[in-house]
Design a protein around this ligand. Sequence first.
Ligand code: SAH
Length: 349
Amino acid sequence: MENNKKNIFDLTHEELKAALNEMKQQPFRAKQLCDWIYKKLIFDPEQMLNLSKNLRETVSNGFSWYLPEIEHVAHSKSDNSYKFLLKTNDGKLIESIFMTDKGRSTICVSCMIGCPLRCKFCATGSQIGFVRMLTPAEIAGQVLVTLRYMKEKGLAQRVSSIVFMGMGEPLINKEAVKKSIYLLTHPECFALSPSRISVSTAGFGPGIAAFIEKTGVRLAVSLHFPTNKLRSQYMPVNKKFPLEDLIAELKKVKLKKRDYILIEYLLLGGINDSIRHAQQLQKLISNLKVKVNLIPYNPTETFPAEASSEEVINNFARYLHKKGIFTSVRRSKGLDVDGGCGQFALKKQ
Ligand code: SAH
């Protein structure tokens, strides 16, 4: 009856206490178990040495202990990022990236296998299609499993931030993403501050503001195109949630004092990278508290566009700067190991 067992890595602290209660165990055991899992990164009950043999057996048999397993790791020398392919219990591949820079580490996690949104420039949606949603354990598990690997190899000691910018659209797998954020932020669990977690959305509908209010994480929006005509052409989600609705939703987002919405803008040569587009973008976001992150296009096989030249990127950034918008340019992470969204998994699938 293995399949009916609750996966211990899916449970909130409260759910774990309740499940232990049903097994006639003391609720404080939940704290001990969470300490082993989230603080010591030990995922095997047999190694949890301050638990009695009896209790180890009870929890070992009473729960499922499933986390995705490391299938492959690729290190990019140019930017010191580690790309992980994790294998699920149904034999699918999840992509996560661990980036280290000057003692800080950021993990980029996936929330789905594939993606249903089919943005034309994105390898995940356009080439893999949608396979399935990930569970909370599979999402938070990417952080646990990759951090343990990095620690064991002496490559990183802790996680400074987590970004939901891997495969999938977080707002479509909302409940599992929320629960994974709970697991990653709860003081008895992974205990990272929500202000160190960013969720990136393609702008999937109403509910963005409520999601941010509920979770307290930071928001990034893949805006990418400044007009409905262009955006609908490359991001089908825009036909359902056009720019005016998206901007209205973003106005509702309650931001903390020093916080802002990160506007992601992919620069595609000759498509959305002229000064006219920069003007349109500036107008569109003028009433929002934002920073803009310009993303040079990372070419995919099925979308024959080119990355904008350095000069075009700089001019675009300079225009926004002059208009008083803080603008940065993303340095490609893990590009030489196929680091674009979904590209690594695609090659291995
Ligand atoms: N679905 C979410 C998060 C996943 S993608 C979203 O759309 O925001 C994370 C970021 O990578 C998004 O901004 C996405 O548009 C961008 N991206 C996708 N394909 C890319 C490519 N080929 N080159 C550069 N960025 C890409």
